[in-house]
Every structure is written in structure tokens, then in C-alpha cells.
Design a protein around this ligand. Sequence first.
Ligand code: PGA
Length: 254
Amino acid sequence: MKPLVVGNWKMNLDFVEAIHLMQQLAVLEKNRASGVCEVVIAPPFVDLRSVSSILDSESMMMTLAAQHVNPNENGAHTGEISISMLKRLSVQWVLVGHSERRLMYGQDDDAVAATVMTALKGGLKPILCCGESLEVREAGNHQDFVTSQLKHALKKCDPSMSDKIIIAYEPIWAIGSGLTASPEQVREMIACIRSELLEQNFREVRVLYGGSVSPDSAESLIRDGGADGFLVGGASLKAESFSLIVSVVENCYA
Ligand code: PGA
């Protein structure tokens, strides 16, 4: 399976700053050997138009994700954005169930399941995030916790859509903390996720790792951790670190 690296800018960079970062990425991308690795940028909604224009004008080998989508078609949902609005802006992917949305904005398992299903039906590829808190890990329940998140999130999906679904394992304690999960921890959880996917008949699903990924940790997380790529937060806000992570992944697969 082709590796995938997704840059999640979260609530950072206004559209002027976004243009600046994309221009720097465009320069660095000229040195990228090949399209071995798929690269996706997930900027804030208000940056999508500008980022999309630069991807086109610079003929960059990257595609666009949104950080969130509302599962309803349209209507009275103040502050929300629909699938068709995103598709008009050439968005192909959407993050679903990121722990920040689950914990800070009340996105529960049912909302995650509805969003995964409607995104797929509407033609967006969901990047479904899962991962345990430190308390859950310390209690030894991390495998059960993540398995249950996946069971809920995928219950309405058809396994024939496997190739359009991405799973991102993001332990909450590793996000933005500088505490990257060890390759052994990642390997264990990816195996657990794959076995749950197989149980539900989902095959050929890419499983990414996210949580303080840096150019230094990337190689062992791929080679020893078995990740099919990364969901990168902080390190995606700087052109050099994001490009370096992409290069490391390309080298691992070259
Ligand atoms: P981080 O964020 O790389 O800054 O830890 C990852 C994420 O939340 O997607």
C-alpha cells in the first residue's frame, strides 16, 4: 500500500501565512524524488481556497483534506461546513473523530460513525482517528478502548469501501506533548487495529500513526512500528520539518 503523510494544521495559520508555507513547500517539493508517498494537507477551512490555488498553480503532488465536516447535507447548522462545500474546493479527504473534536467539541461515537458513512457516500475519504488517553493506557485497557472506537465508527460502513478509509492511531498522551509513542507501542496497536479491521472484513486499509511525529522519529515508526504513514500536527507547520518527514517515508519505501 502506498504510504500517506497528512499535515494537520489545526487552528493555525491564517490564509496569508498559509500561502507563505505552501510557497516554501512548493520549493522543497521540487527536490522530491517521486510520488512514492501520498501527501495531504489539512488546513483550516478559511485557507482551503488559497491552498488549493497554490497546489494547482505549482502543480504540486499533494491533495487537500478538511479537518472536520458536518454529516448533514445542508440547512440550519450555524458554523458548520458540508461535504458538497468541501468538494467544490477540491477537497478529497476529511479528518473524522480527532481526539480534540471528541474531547473539546462533544463529537461522540455516533456522530463519528455518521460522519464516516456520509463522507464516504458523498465522495470524501475519511481519515478516522482513534486513540486512548493516558489513564486508559495505564489501566491496560488501550486495546479494548481503540477496538471499541473502531467498532462504533465503522458499523455503518460497507467493507467494499476499504480502500477509501484511512485509520490514524493517535494516542492522546502523544499529541502535541513531544512524547512520541515507541515503535513497539505503535506496532502493538497497529496489529490490534488490523485485527479488528479484518474481523469487520475491511482489508487493505492504511493505518497511520500520529502524535508528536518528527523527522527524527519517523524512520523507526515506519520500519519498526509498521505505520503506513503519519498524521502530523506541529511538525507540519514548518516546511522543512514536514518535507523531511515526507522524505524519510519515501526513503523507507524506496
Ligand atoms: P502533533 O499532532 O503531531 O502536534 O502531536 C498530531 C495530531 O493531533 O494530529
